[in-house]
Every structure is written in structure tokens, then in C-alpha cells.
Design a protein around this ligand. Sequence first.
Ligand SMILES: Nc1ncnc2c1ncn2[C@@H]1O[C@H](COP(=O)(O)OP(=O)(O)OP(=O)(O)O)[C@@H](O)[C@H]1O
Length: 227
Amino acid sequence: MLELNDVSKQYRIGEQTVTALDAVSLNIEAGKFVSIVGPSGAGKSTLLHMLGALDSPDSGSIKFQGNEIGNYDDKALSEFRRHQVGFVFQFFNLLPTMSAWENVAVPMLLDGKTLRSAKPKALELLTSVGLADRADHRPSELSGGQMQRVAIARALIMDPPLILADEPTGNLDSKTGAQLMDLLAEIAHGGDRSVVTVTHNLDAAATTDRVITMQDGRIAAADVARS
Ligand SMILES: Nc1ncnc2c1ncn2[C@@H]1O[C@H](COP(=O)(O)OP(=O)(O)OP(=O)(O)O)[C@@H](O)[C@H]1O
């Protein structure tokens, strides 16, 4: 589904140059739940951003379903982000004045649909993540785990083949975090979807199909494929 070849990225701050990604090559297959682990500053978030075309590499190639993302113009890039990728963040990023179902509907609104037309799908997705009875609640009336389920439903509403999650359990207690990982695994294994998550939690990572360990902008040797 996604193929990275020799992807490098440097950041320059004043005189200093930081190599965030150093010639990373990687294949992400459909239907797999993949975790990215490694110490702080290893390049995990930078890699995740490259996978979702939130950032572009200095060199190297990123192909999505055989197409070179580097050749996309701005319009194709925003189409890609809107339709092919669902993002889940550590701090949920829900809109506080909207109800749970309205938050789930947001990507459809950004795609020009009305709230009314988005509602059935938003409710269906909330039901699928176990929150049918919380649809009208605002984020402040939900627990952290529930807020992250809303965020996952929102990530799914455009039916993207790729879900990217940056520390999705970082703000949750360990039991709730484990339940969230189970939900992400179900999402990956339930269809031809890939789910890629960055995590600091090695126990959580150990439950995924594949653990990619990063160190100093490179994929460390221990890239364990379990299936
Ligand atoms: N926008 C930026 N400007 C400058 N330097 C950056 C930028 N983004 C990342 N970096 C640097 O690139 C390196 C990799 O950062 P990245 O956020 O990918 O690491 P990480 O493994 O996700 O770390 P953490 O676990 O702490 O979130 C770090 O040294 C970081 O300081």
C-alpha cells in the first residue's frame, strides 16, 4: 500500500542541522497493524507525517498504491489527506462545542457534505466503536478513552485505507489504552486497511503485527514482522 525508498529529512534551526530521517526504506502492507517505537527524537513522528503527506521528504520516494506522492500537486495532496488517510492524535483534537456525532462528521463537512447527510454514517461509526449512547455528548462530558473512540470514528468516516495514529494511548491509563489498541487492531484486520501507530508503550507495541524500531532517524535492525 505504501512504499518508502531512501526517504531523508533534515531540519535546520539556525546553524544546526538535525537529521530526522536518514534514508528510511519501508513497506506498509494493507490489513496490517504496525507500530513505530524508539527513543524521543528518533524520528517516529516525522516518519508518520511523511506517511500521511503532512510533511515532504528532502529526498527519496514515497509511493501510495503505486503512485509517487512527490508528484502530487497541492490539490492532489489535499485530496490524498482527506480521502486516503485518517489521523488520530494523542490529545484527541475534538471540537469542544460539537457533540460526539458532529465531531465524527467533521471530515465530511470539510468535503462539502451537510451535517444532516453525514449524520447516519457518523452514528453508525459511533455505534461500531461502542459509543451509540454517547452520540449527543460533548467532549467535556466524555472520558479520555471515549474521546479517543470518537476521534477514531472521525478518522474512519471517509473510509480511508490508511489510519495514522500518533501516541493514541499516550493520554490514557493502561487498561483504557489496551482497549484502544484492540480497537485499532480490529480496524486493521477487519478489511484492507493499514493502521500505523507511534507509541512509547512497548507492551502496546508488542500486540501489533509488526514493530518498527527507530533510532537516530533510521529503522533499527529489529524490525519484527510477526505475520
Ligand atoms: N519542525 C521541526 N523543526 C526542527 N526540528 C524538528 C522538527 N520536527 C522534528 N524535529 C527534530 O527532528 C528529530 C526527530 O523528531 P521526531 O518528532 O520525529 O521524533 P520522535 O521520535 O517522534 O520523538 P518523540 O518521541 O519525542 O515525539 C528531533 O531531533 C526533533 O528535534
